[in-house]
Design a binder for this molecule. Structure first.
Ligand code: ADP
Length: 159
Protein backbone atom coordinates (compact mmCIF):
# COMPACT_ATOMS: atom_id res chain seq x y z
CA UNK A 1 0.00 0.00 0.00
CA UNK A 2 1.43 3.38 -0.98
CA UNK A 3 1.02 5.80 1.87
CA UNK A 4 2.06 9.47 1.78
CA UNK A 5 2.14 12.19 4.40
CA UNK A 6 1.20 15.75 3.48
CA UNK A 7 2.45 17.99 6.29
CA UNK A 8 1.82 21.64 7.01
CA UNK A 9 0.37 24.23 9.34
CA UNK A 10 -2.99 24.53 7.58
CA UNK A 11 -3.97 27.62 9.56
CA UNK A 12 -6.46 27.47 7.90
CA UNK A 13 -6.68 24.97 5.04
CA UNK A 14 -6.91 26.81 1.68
CA UNK A 15 -8.03 25.81 -1.79
CA UNK A 16 -4.33 25.44 -2.62
CA UNK A 17 -3.97 22.79 0.08
CA UNK A 18 -7.21 21.10 -0.92
CA UNK A 19 -6.02 20.90 -4.51
CA UNK A 20 -2.83 19.11 -3.46
CA UNK A 21 -4.80 16.81 -1.13
CA UNK A 22 -7.29 15.93 -3.87
CA UNK A 23 -4.61 15.27 -6.47
CA UNK A 24 -2.43 13.44 -3.95
CA UNK A 25 -5.32 11.19 -2.96
CA UNK A 26 -5.47 9.95 -6.56
CA UNK A 27 -1.78 9.10 -6.68
CA UNK A 28 -1.48 7.30 -3.35
CA UNK A 29 -3.54 4.55 -1.74
CA UNK A 30 -3.70 6.57 1.42
CA UNK A 31 -2.86 10.21 2.10
CA UNK A 32 -2.33 11.34 5.65
CA UNK A 33 -2.61 15.08 6.22
CA UNK A 34 -0.35 15.93 9.15
CA UNK A 35 -1.09 19.13 11.02
CA UNK A 36 2.13 20.27 12.57
CA UNK A 37 2.05 21.36 16.20
CA UNK A 38 4.44 24.30 16.37
CA UNK A 39 5.02 25.34 19.95
CA UNK A 40 6.87 28.50 18.87
CA UNK A 41 3.99 29.84 16.84
CA UNK A 42 0.53 30.74 18.03
CA UNK A 43 -1.90 30.20 15.21
CA UNK A 44 -5.30 31.63 14.44
CA UNK A 45 -6.99 28.26 14.82
CA UNK A 46 -6.09 25.68 17.46
CA UNK A 47 -4.61 22.42 16.23
CA UNK A 48 -7.89 20.60 16.98
CA UNK A 49 -9.84 23.18 14.99
CA UNK A 50 -7.48 22.90 12.01
CA UNK A 51 -7.85 19.12 12.03
CA UNK A 52 -11.64 19.46 12.16
CA UNK A 53 -11.72 21.96 9.26
CA UNK A 54 -9.56 19.71 7.07
CA UNK A 55 -11.69 16.69 7.96
CA UNK A 56 -14.80 18.63 7.00
CA UNK A 57 -13.50 19.63 3.56
CA UNK A 58 -12.02 16.21 2.76
CA UNK A 59 -14.90 14.07 4.03
CA UNK A 60 -15.68 13.01 0.43
CA UNK A 61 -12.16 11.66 -0.05
CA UNK A 62 -12.20 8.17 1.40
CA UNK A 63 -8.48 7.55 1.47
CA UNK A 64 -7.58 10.80 3.24
CA UNK A 65 -6.86 10.79 6.96
CA UNK A 66 -6.12 13.84 9.10
CA UNK A 67 -3.88 13.77 12.16
CA UNK A 68 -1.91 16.24 14.24
CA UNK A 69 1.68 15.61 15.16
CA UNK A 70 4.65 17.01 16.96
CA UNK A 71 8.20 15.87 16.76
CA UNK A 72 9.93 14.67 13.64
CA UNK A 73 8.08 14.22 10.39
CA UNK A 74 10.12 11.13 9.56
CA UNK A 75 8.86 9.54 12.80
CA UNK A 76 5.26 10.19 11.78
CA UNK A 77 6.05 8.67 8.40
CA UNK A 78 7.60 5.58 9.95
CA UNK A 79 4.72 5.13 12.38
CA UNK A 80 2.28 5.11 9.47
CA UNK A 81 4.38 3.06 7.07
CA UNK A 82 4.56 6.04 4.75
CA UNK A 83 7.46 6.11 2.32
CA UNK A 84 6.58 9.48 0.86
CA UNK A 85 6.38 13.04 2.14
CA UNK A 86 4.25 15.05 -0.25
CA UNK A 87 4.84 18.79 -0.54
CA UNK A 88 3.22 21.46 -2.66
CA UNK A 89 5.36 23.97 -4.55
CA UNK A 90 3.98 27.37 -5.40
CA UNK A 91 6.94 29.34 -6.60
CA UNK A 92 10.68 29.27 -6.87
CA UNK A 93 10.74 31.03 -3.53
CA UNK A 94 9.32 27.90 -1.86
CA UNK A 95 12.08 25.82 -3.33
CA UNK A 96 15.11 26.67 -1.23
CA UNK A 97 13.41 25.99 2.08
CA UNK A 98 11.69 22.85 0.82
CA UNK A 99 14.94 21.57 -0.70
CA UNK A 100 16.70 22.00 2.64
CA UNK A 101 13.89 20.21 4.50
CA UNK A 102 13.88 17.35 2.00
CA UNK A 103 17.63 16.87 2.38
CA UNK A 104 17.39 16.96 6.17
CA UNK A 105 14.57 14.44 6.19
CA UNK A 106 16.45 12.08 3.90
CA UNK A 107 19.46 12.44 6.16
CA UNK A 108 17.27 11.42 9.10
CA UNK A 109 15.64 8.55 7.24
CA UNK A 110 16.92 7.52 3.82
CA UNK A 111 13.84 5.36 3.26
CA UNK A 112 11.52 8.34 3.09
CA UNK A 113 11.25 10.23 -0.20
CA UNK A 114 10.01 13.80 -0.51
CA UNK A 115 7.92 14.34 -3.62
CA UNK A 116 6.79 17.73 -4.87
CA UNK A 117 3.57 18.49 -6.62
CA UNK A 118 3.30 21.80 -8.41
CA UNK A 119 0.43 24.06 -7.53
CA UNK A 120 -2.43 24.58 -9.94
CA UNK A 121 -1.94 27.94 -11.63
CA UNK A 122 -5.12 29.29 -10.09
CA UNK A 123 -3.78 28.70 -6.58
CA UNK A 124 -0.19 29.76 -7.04
CA UNK A 125 -0.64 33.01 -5.11
CA UNK A 126 -2.50 31.44 -2.20
CA UNK A 127 -1.19 30.97 1.31
CA UNK A 128 -2.89 30.69 4.68
CA UNK A 129 -1.33 33.97 5.76
CA UNK A 130 -2.60 35.85 2.71
CA UNK A 131 -6.09 34.48 3.34
CA UNK A 132 -5.92 35.75 6.92
CA UNK A 133 -4.79 39.18 5.73
CA UNK A 134 -7.62 39.45 3.24
CA UNK A 135 -10.22 38.33 5.78
CA UNK A 136 -8.86 40.70 8.40
CA UNK A 137 -9.48 43.69 6.19
CA UNK A 138 -12.91 42.55 5.10
CA UNK A 139 -11.96 41.21 1.66
CA UNK A 140 -13.86 38.38 0.01
CA UNK A 141 -12.24 35.01 0.68
CA UNK A 142 -14.61 33.05 -1.54
CA UNK A 143 -12.52 30.99 -3.93
CA UNK A 144 -9.52 31.16 -1.59
CA UNK A 145 -10.74 28.66 1.01
CA UNK A 146 -13.35 25.90 0.63
CA UNK A 147 -16.91 27.29 0.87
CA UNK A 148 -17.66 25.10 3.91
CA UNK A 149 -15.16 26.97 6.06
CA UNK A 150 -15.59 30.60 4.93
CA UNK A 151 -17.83 31.46 7.88
CA UNK A 152 -15.47 29.81 10.35
CA UNK A 153 -12.55 31.92 9.10
CA UNK A 154 -14.49 35.19 9.16
CA UNK A 155 -15.90 34.48 12.60
CA UNK A 156 -12.48 33.57 13.98
CA UNK A 157 -10.79 36.66 12.54
CA UNK A 158 -13.45 38.94 13.95
CA UNK A 159 -12.76 37.29 17.29
P1 ADP B 1 1.03 28.11 4.09
O1 ADP B 1 0.87 28.55 5.52
O2 ADP B 1 2.24 28.69 3.41
O3 ADP B 1 -0.18 28.25 3.27
P2 ADP B 1 1.46 25.33 5.01
O4 ADP B 1 2.67 25.27 5.84
O5 ADP B 1 0.18 25.08 5.71
O6 ADP B 1 1.37 26.62 4.12
O7 ADP B 1 1.60 24.40 3.74
C1 ADP B 1 1.60 23.01 3.72
C2 ADP B 1 2.06 22.52 2.37
O8 ADP B 1 1.17 22.99 1.36
C3 ADP B 1 3.44 22.98 1.92
O9 ADP B 1 4.02 21.91 1.20
C4 ADP B 1 3.15 24.14 1.01
O10 ADP B 1 4.19 24.32 0.07
C5 ADP B 1 1.88 23.65 0.34
N1 ADP B 1 1.04 24.73 -0.16
C6 ADP B 1 0.55 25.79 0.51
N2 ADP B 1 -0.21 26.57 -0.28
C7 ADP B 1 -0.20 26.00 -1.51
C8 ADP B 1 -0.78 26.32 -2.77
N3 ADP B 1 -1.51 27.44 -2.92
N4 ADP B 1 -0.56 25.48 -3.81
C9 ADP B 1 0.20 24.38 -3.64
N5 ADP B 1 0.78 24.02 -2.49
C10 ADP B 1 0.59 24.80 -1.43
Amino acid sequence: MRVAIYPGSFDPVTNGHLDIITRGSKVFDKLIVGVLVNIDKVGLFSIEERVELIKRVTSHLENVEVVSFNGLLVDLAKKNNARVILKGLRAVSDFEYEFQMALMNSQLDAEVETLFMTTSAANSFLSSSSVKQVAKFGGDIKGLVPDEIIDDVIKKIKG
